[in-house]
Design a protein around this ligand. Structure first.
Ligand SMILES: NC(=O)c1ccc[n+]([C@@H]2O[C@H](COP(=O)([O-])OP(=O)(O)OC[C@H]3O[C@@H](n4cnc5c(N)ncnc54)[C@H](O)[C@@H]3O)[C@@H](O)[C@H]2O)c1
Ligand SMILES: [Zn+2]
Length: 709
């Protein structure tokens, strides 16, 4: 649920450990009946990957050695179909597989002289491509090509890594599978691991799979269904075994800190301050979770000790960095303490880089923590975009599961520091990073748009999201908000959009919307104060109620939202500053007969913007105004009484004549659209206007009365 994200305030933490999910086969013979061999491989991969009890996001790869017709010779050729680099086996399509001549892959061994050749071997893979397939083969390809089996699965489910990352894992593996599953010591993925695996399996012909220490499992079968069922059964065996051990004692030495009932509010207060301290090349987005895993782990006796060990398998480690930052829950209000902790983390990271770097290592990357853990509060993750921040949190959740299982059968063992470094700063990984397209200009920024369910508000949100901004919509119209929200979630993805039902005249609701924004995204960079109404009445017919309604929404509403935004914006002072944009009106500048309550309230808001520009400057907060006029299409204001009232005031028909009237009234004789207003807001919200504050842009197709001076 994205709308007014209800926090699960009372996640019960039972004294018993959280058990591992036990997967069961979801294979459907009737669905599979008509599939081609390649489609069966895809079906099996999607079944494995979309079941998060089987494997974590993106985790693992699958393959099949199939007979294809060689386009050059017209003859049959054995082709390895193997999941390509990147992507996720749960959601991949057929084009996610690399296809390579199996004979050429086997021939590569002639070019291999030893472990130092691992990187070189990756470079040969494209030469083995079958049928001009552009999908890049992954570094795990040798694991699949060198094993002499038709169907091979390699996955990293929590229950399996728990065995793979425990001092008791090898013994447990023997006990669970009575020798049918082998055990290979840690080796970084690559060609050498493929050769070791092949030789090990050749020497132990009765094996049905092999545990890869610190990593995952690889197993095989003669056909797609058997391979899938085998993989699922192995995971279920591991989960059942661990669950038996976990039932005997509470996880992580038992609970010592109960979940804090105020944790949602505490996270909202903490996240923007942490985000502000995480200076670097790019702004961070935050993701908060107080799920059962996070509370169980951070509240346990072994929390600090295990957190310091860091993560184990490469997948977890690459997403969450060498180790999390842990904070003392009693000192979260203390900015100096937070600043010290971040500085200490950065120093720790720099020291790790110095200790482990090699002559040709790429330059040190961002040293800020990715995972921040607080006892009784939960887990906060930071990354340069929201999806990456969320995934880092989910991966740390996997890491917690791994630690729980690993500790139940022995000691949890982290990845060796130098090995971790070699993976993090692997030259091929660096090349991949260098090839990534530059992020969109607003990625890393968060905007809150009031009146976001309306014409101008929604257009503004869309413009900001199109360039990568995360947006929190706030509007009092819940139904309209829900509709805009679901449309945006489809168009821009669920991660980057949230919404809060909020009446900007209600102090508590305004605060709640900003708290939600802080908790969902980590803070705020842009406020667009836009929620508004319009009314029209001659002075003698202006009731006190009508007067107050205009001032409540247009003056006090802008005040309340600005005040609530202020601490969040101030927190970003050292990161290039922030921006407030007020949607004013032509009527704030030009007097309007018969609309004095509306026009004077708009003028009050515009003057508030100037005052705030003055107050905000030392804090790096810019405050500017966009003055629209006659934005008829898309505006709900113009659907209501205002349309009749204005038509009456101008003595014209409220239908087509009205739009023509406003068009002709403008100097440029053009319609003004919500997208036109959005473009001006975007300019003032972005760094393109970094040198402007206390300014105004009229977007009204030209109106001499409203010329600024
Ligand atoms: N449309 C125009 O011609 C025009 C001209 C000048 C200024 N403006 C200003 O532009 C802004 C947006 O107007 P629009 O044309 O998109 O209208 P709109 O009615 O389409 O959108 C306004 C949105 O604000 C919301 N809203 C109203 N009161 C609220 C409150 N108390 N709390 C929270 N949300 C509230 C509404 O539910 C609506 O979704 C307003 O401030 C308006 O005064 C519009
Ligand atoms: Zn792997």
């Amino acid at each position: 649920m994205l709308l007014v994200h209800a926090m699960n305030m009372q996640t019960p933490i039972s004294p018993a450990a959280i058990p591992f999910a036990v997967p069961s086969s979801r294979w459907d013979d009737s669905a599979a009946a008509a599939m081609s061999p390649a489609q069966l491989l895809l079906y099996r991969s999607n079944l494995l990957g979309s079941d998060l009890t089987v494997t974590n996001f993106g985790g693992g790869n699958t393959s099949a050695k199939l007979t294809e017709i060689d386009p050059l010779t017209g003859e049959a050729a054995e082709v390895l179909w193997v999941k390509g680099s990147g992507g996720d086996i749960g959601s991949m399509k057929l084009d996610g597989f690399a296809t390579l001549y199996q004979a050429k892959l086997l021939g590569l061994e002639a070019l291999y002289a030893g472990p130092d050749d691992d990187d070189k071997m990756v470079g040969y893979l494209p030469h083995c491509t079958f049928n001009l397939n552009t999908r890049t083969a992954s570094i795990d390809t040798p694991l699949h090509s060198l094993l002499p089996f038709a169907h091979v699965d390699h996955v990293h489910p929590d229950a399996i890594i728990a065995l793979a990352a425990s001092s008791g894992g090898e013994v447990a593996t023997q006990e669970i599978w009575s020798g049918k599953i082998g055990w290979l010591g840690w080796k970084r993925p690559g060609y050498t691991l493929g050769v070791q695996l092949r030789d090990y399996v050749a020497a132990n012909p009765d094996l049905e799979g092999v545990m890869l220490a610190g990593h995952g499992i690889i197993c095989w079968a003669d056909n797609a269904k058997a391979c899938y069922d085998h993989t699922v059964a192995l995971i279920a065996d591991a989960a059942n075994y661990l669950n038996g051990k976990l039932a005997a004692a509470p996880a992580f030495g038992g609970q010592v800190t109960a979940p804090n009932p105020d944790r949602a509010a505490i996270a909202a207060d903490l996240m923007p301050r942490l985000r502000g301290l995480m200076t670097g090349d790019r702004r961070k987005l935050g993701h908060f979770s107080d799920d059962a895993e996070a509370l169980e782990f951070t509240g346990s006796a072994q929390f600090e000790r295990l957190a310091a060990v860091g993560t184990s398998c490469p997948d977890h480690f690459l997403r969450t960095k060498i180790a999390p930052l842990t904070l003392d829950p009693s000192r979260l209000k203390d900015d100096a303490y937070l600043s010290e902790k971040i500085a200490a983390y950065r120093a720790m990271y720099a020291a790790y880089y110095q200790r482990c770097k090699r002559a040709n290592s790429p330059a040190m990357r961002d040293a800020n923590p990715v995972v921040v853990l607080v006892s009784g509060i939960g887990r906060i993750t930071f990354a340069t975009d929201k999806t990456t921040a969320r995934l880092a949190g989910e991966f740390y959740g996997n890491a917690i599961n791994v630690m729980r299982g690993a500790e139940a059968i022995g000691d949890y063992t982290g990845l060796d520091e130098q090995e971790a470094f070699d993976i993090e700063y692997w030259l091929l990984e660096e090349a991949k990073l260098q090839r990534m397209p530059a992020p969109k200009p607003m990625v890393g920024k968060v905007a809150l748009v009031t009146g976001g369910a309306g014409g101008i508000g929604a257009a503004t949100a869309a413009r900001l999201m199109a360039d990568g901004t995360c947006v929190m919509l706030a509007d009092r119209d819940a139904a309209a908000l829900e509709e805009v929200l679901s449309g945006f979630a489809k168009q821009y993805g669920k991660d980057v959009i949230r919404a809060a039902v909020c009446d900007v005249t209600d102090e508590a609701q305004v605060q709640a919307a900003f708290d939600l924004c802080a908790r969902e995204f980590g803070g705020l960079d842009i406020l667009v104060a836009n929620a508004g109404i319009a009314s029209s009445a001659p002075i003698e017919e202006t009731t006190v109620a009508l007067w107050r309604k205009n001032y409540d929404v247009l003056a006090e509403g802008y005040f309340l939202t600005s005040r609530a935004a202020w601490p969040l914006l101030k927190a970003m002072k050292d990161q290039g500053g922030t921006s407030v944009v007020f949607i004013g009106s032509k009527n704030a500048l030009a007097a309007a007969a018969g609309a004095s309550a509306y026009a004077s309230a708009k003028a009050a808001a515009n003057h508030l913007a100037r005052c705030l520009a003055l107050e905000g400057a030392p804090e790096g907060i810019r405050v500017n105004v966009v003055n629209p006029d006659a934005v008829i299409r898309g505006s709900k204001i113009w659907d209501g009484d205002w349309r009749q009232e204005r038509a009456g005031a101008h003595g014209i028909d409220a239908g087509k004549e009205l739009e023509e009237h406003y068009r002709q009234r403008s100097l440029l004789k053009r319609d003004v659209l919500p997208e036109d207003i959005a473009e001006a807001v975007y300019f003032l919200a972005s760094d393109m206007s970094a040198k402007s504050t206390g300014n105004m842009i009229n977007v009204d197709a030209g109106n001499a009365q409203a010329f600024t001076r």
